[in-house]
Ligand binder design. Structure first.
Ligand SMILES: *Cc1c(COP(=O)(O)O)cnc(C)c1O
Ligand SMILES: [Zn+2]
Length: 378
């Protein structure tokens, strides 16, 4: 068995990884006890998907891999205020967001342990990814989404054949609805499942490989539940343990000021994350008022010497204009990382290498882009 145990982060109880459970009996988050290594010489000639890092992905049998060709998205660069900023184009993933990384590994695991029906809650992109990978695996899928999400994302969920339940009221009503469903159906939660993080960690592997086997100095990402940030931290940690990089980049977690529980907790020096009263934000993918792995996110950012930033709605739209105007068709949430990086760029050394992940495609929120002309909101 290559994929070890699920261990509770609170009471340390452990469970076999083929047990269909999504949290501990004590309510604690489960992490996967799985510390793999990889030999980069083995990668030559492997296909350009995230499954090229096969040894570090916690799926036992190749026959259970559910893949739509995700991963190995381009790493490109733009000039910004006389500096080079690398962009990781994860919006070019099969369903148009980085969530495909996590969904591919999570649904492969579901298939491996014989799950036939999953439920998940999402503001859109995680649901669209889970719906697509469930369809590819022949697994039934129901998504709970807060009413009022981008219609394109909701259409995408239905188009993949998933059942969609829109839930009125604040985000916590959607959470309540999915937890009820999770009493009888497997909860394929991107926020809870460690398998999702073992998928998103491949973003770090790719960035390092694409930079010629070196780590960047800074990685900036938009953060809601932190699955990309925590995955990146896990991936860079594994790469360092394998001796492939010598340090972990400073992780810059960026949140919209209108919904910034992590920023508030980080600035207050807290180690846990109290829920905040959020107001609406154009960056819907980061509208998470109570991030499930909040304490882990704060610890990861601090361990790397990074920072949690918050950015205003105008800064998000400015960064979005900049990206659209350079030809990168991303959704507003995907501009949050760039908005944050712009605020710290002047204080960075000129030779430092920074990467920002473009997390979601602009066509998912086409109605929001309708107001932009020549990259400028009107
Ligand atoms: C989900 C999402 C995010 C935030 O990811 P978390 O894992 O919740 O931190 C950022 N951008 C886009 C486009 C997303 O869909
Ligand atoms: Zn426990």
């Amino acid at each position: 068995m290559i994929n070890g145990f699920l261990t509770c982060t609170v009471c340390r109880r452990s469970f076999a990884s083929d047990e269909p459970r999504w949290r501990c009996d004590c309510g604690g988050i489960l992490d996967l006890d799985f510390a793999p290594g990889i030999d980069r010489r083995a990668l030559a000639g492997r296909p350009p998907t995230l499954w090229r890092y096969r040894e570090v992905l916690p799926i036992r049998d190749d026959a259970n891999i559910v893949s739509l060709g995700e991963g190995f998205t381009p790493l490109t660069a733009i000039e910004l205020e006389g500096r080079t900023v690398h962009l990781k184009l994860d919006h070019l993933s099969p369903t148009g967001s980085f969530k495909d990384r996590g969904a591919s590994v999570l649904v492969s695991h579901a298939k491996e342990i014989g799950i036939g029906h999953v439920v998940e809650d999402s503001s859109g992109n995680a649901g669209a990814a889970l719906a697509a990978y469930s369809a590819a695996a022949g697994i039934r899928c129901r998504i709970f989404a807060p009413a009022g999400c981008s219609p394109g994302k909701l259409a995408q969920i239905r188009a993949a054949g998933a059942a969609l339940t829109e839930v009125n009221g604040p985000r916590r009503e959607t959470t309540r609805a999915v937890l009820r469903a999770a009493e009888s159906t497997w909860y394929a939660s991107h926020g809870w499942s460690p398998y999702f993080l073992h998928g998103t960690k491949t973003c770090a592997y790719e960035i390092v490989e694409q930079l010629g086997w070196r780590a960047p100095d800074v990685l900036a990402v938009p953060v809601g539940n932190g699955t990309l940030l925590l995955g990146a931290h896990l991936g860079f940690g594994e790469l360092r343990a394998a001796g492939l990089i010598d340090r972990i980049p400073r992780l810059v977690a960026v949140q919209p000021a209108n919904c910034a529980p992590l920023h508030r907790a980080f600035m207050a020096g807290e180690t846990t994350v109290p829920e905040v009263e959020a107001s609406p934000t154009v960056a819907e993918g980061t509208a998470v008022d109570a991030p499930i792995r909040g304490a882990q996110i704060l610890a990861a950012v601090r361990a790397t010497g990074g920072v949690v930033l918050s950015v205003g709605e105008d800064e998000i739209l400015d960064a979005l204009s900049l990206l659209l105007g350079r030809g990168h068709c991303v959704e507003p949430t995907a501009a949050v990382g760039m908005a944050g990086l712009r605020n710290i760029l002047p204080g960075m050394d000129r030779d430092e290498v920074s990467v920002v992940v473009m997390t979601g495609h602009g066509l998912k929120a086409g109605e929001r882009l309708a107001g932009f002309r020549n990259g400028t909101p009107r």
